[in-house]
Design a protein around this ligand. Structure first.
Ligand SMILES: Nc1ncnc2c1ncn2[C@@H]1O[C@H](COP(=O)(O)OP(=O)(O)OP(=O)(O)O)[C@@H](O)[C@H]1O
Ligand SMILES: [Mg+2]
Length: 227
């Protein structure tokens, strides 16, 4: 479903060129739960930004369901992101002044649905992540794991084709990390959601179907996991 061919990214800082990704090719299948691992600086976040259409590649193409999305213009990319992609970042990026429900509804509203439709869709995803009793709480009234689950609900509300998560457990203790990973497993298995997640933790591998190891901007290994 997603075909990545010769994807490369070189950052230019004045006269200095930093090759962050050096022409990688692989395919992501619907329903995959992929772990993207590798040392610091190996290009994991760069890869996620390119796949998530948040940045432009220097070389190569990304085809999603037969459409070359790397060739879309800015407006088309924004539209594609809003309708088809979900993101979860390390710092959750919740709006502090908005309640749990409002944080999720904000993303749902961006698609131009009615308020009632957005409320229903948002309540549904918040119920999936076990936060139906926290709808009117502010982010600061939640634990780290609960805040991350709001971010997961928000990333799912528009039913994206694919979910990107960049070290979503980086600020969480083991118990909260497990809660988040269990949630990912549930949406992957029950809703067939495709997930690409960056991680530094060996024990997270037990959740992944497949681990892509990056090193110096190249794929060092692409391992199918036994689970
Ligand atoms: N905006 C940027 N401008 C210049 N160089 C960058 C930029 N973003 C990343 N880089 C460089 O590209 C390389 C890959 O960075 P990237 O953030 O993709 O690594 P990473 O694998 O996500 O690392 P980490 O595990 O530390 O998050 C690094 O050498 C980094 O310094
Ligand atoms: Mg990174």
């Amino acid at each position: 479903m997603i075909k990545i061919s010769d994807l490369g990214k070189t950052y230019r800082l004045g006269v200095v060129e930093v090759p962050a990704l050096r022409g990688v090719s692989f395919e992501i299948h619907r329903g995959d739960f992929i772990g993207l691992m590798g040392p610091s600086g190996s290009g994991k976040s760069t890869m996620l930004h390119l796949l998530g259409l948040l940045d432009y590649p220097t070389t190569g193409t990304i085809e999603i369901d037969g459409i070359d999305v790397s060739g879309l213009d800015d407006d088309e990319r924004t539209d594609y992101r809003l309708r088809k992609m979900g993101y979860i970042f390390q710092d959750y990026a919740l709006v502090a002044e908005l309640t749990v429900l409002e944080n999720v509804m904000l993303t749902a509203m961006a698609q131009g649905k009615t308020e009632a439709e957005c409320r229903l869709a948002s309540t549904n995803v918040l119920s999936i992540v076990g936060l139906i009793n926290r709808l009117d709480h502010l982010p600061k009234e939640l634990s780290g794991g609960e805040q991350q689950r709001v971010a997961i609900a928000r990333s799912m509300v528009n039913r994206p084709i694919i979910l990107f998560a960049d070290e979503p457990c980086a600020n969480l203790d083991t118990a909260n990390s497990r809660a988040v990973l269990d949630q990912f497993r549930t949406i992957n298995e029950e809703l067939g959601q495709t997930i690409v997640m960056v991680s530094h933790e060996e024990w997270h591998k037990e959740y992944f179907h497949r681990v892509i190891h990056l090193k110096d901007g190249q794929i060092e290994a692409d391992e199918k996991q036994p689970n």
